[in-house]
Design a protein around this ligand. Structure first.
Ligand code: DC
Length: 239
């Protein structure tokens, strides 16, 4: 069921480094909506698997770990770190961006039984609308009835540059060439896996953001939302 028209469900998909999270947060702030970064959820489970020394090759063990895990996100547009991720009550916002997590997350997120758990959880966030949710399979699997569906694209060079900027800001200085290789490898893994591969929904609006600023991309999405109607919700919600 699509949501009531003053509390839209806005689904944003796209490849690594395209700026989904930045743009999703800008749209959520403007509309007064909640915001969910589903990549951070897969990263939190990956972090837990690494911490508990559960092999990323052991599908059943990873899925069972996900069933036990308590992953929450809090979006507050007025705080310095706007989108925070919690695992079993402990903040892991920074830890889930580590190189180690980044290099395991594609493998972990390809586990079908894990995806079933994550999709279930993500769908629970959609009830009542008033949410911007971003990832790889929002428009295709998690929220096929979303009111606004957007697929963001950008060249590999531009995505490498953006991801580099984000990481420098988070305190990680990684050579551009290393990041470029990692993004190319993740593009391949995310698009070729059998379960919910990265794909554009047939009814999504494609925005090539290569030469656009995040503000311009957010403005485009907000325009799409305004065509459907919008409402306001409290500024901070933990889901
Ligand atoms: O957006 P990100 O780079 O933080 O995502 C981390 C990984 O999680 C990425 O390699 C693909 C995976 N992912 C996914 O499979 N499905 C989603 N809905 C979101 C992310």
């Amino acid at each position: 069921m699509p949501s009531s028209k003053d509390r839209l469900v806005v689904a944003i998909d796209g490849p690594a480094g395209v700026g989904k999270s930045t743009v999703a947060q800008m749209v959520a702030a403007e509309l007064g909506y909640a915001c969910i970064d589903t990549g951070a959820m897969y990263r939190a489970i990956t972090f837990k698997a690494l911490e508990k020394k559960v092999s990323a090759e052991d599908d059943a063990a990873v899925a069972s770990l996900a069933r036990e895990a308590h992953v929450e996100q809090e979006y507050n547009p007025t705080s310095q770190v706007k989108l925070r991720t919690f695992l079993d009550g402990r903040e892991v916002t920074r830890e889930i961006r580590s190189r180690r997590v980044s290099s395991y997350v594609s493998r972990v997120s390809a586990i079908p039984a894990l995806r079933v758990e994550m999709v279930k959880l993500q769908r629970r966030f959609l009830g009542g609308g008033g949410i911007v949710i971003e990832g790889r399979d929002m428009g295709t699997v998690v929220a096929p009835d979303a009111d606004v569906k957007v697929f963001l694209a950008a060249s590999v060079t531009e995505r490498t540059r953006r991801r580099h900027g984000d990481l420098v800001e988070a305190g990680y200085n990684i050579p551009l060439e290393t990041l470029r290789n990692e993004i190319t490898r993740r593009d391949h893994a995310d698009s070729t896996r059998t379960e919910s591969p990265l794909a554009m929904a047939r009814d999504a609006v494609l925005i090539d953001t290569t030469t656009m600023s995040a503000q311009q991309v957010a403005a485009e999405i907000i325009k799409l939302c305004r065509k459907k109607g919008r409402g306001r919700k409290p500024a901070s919600r933990r889901l």
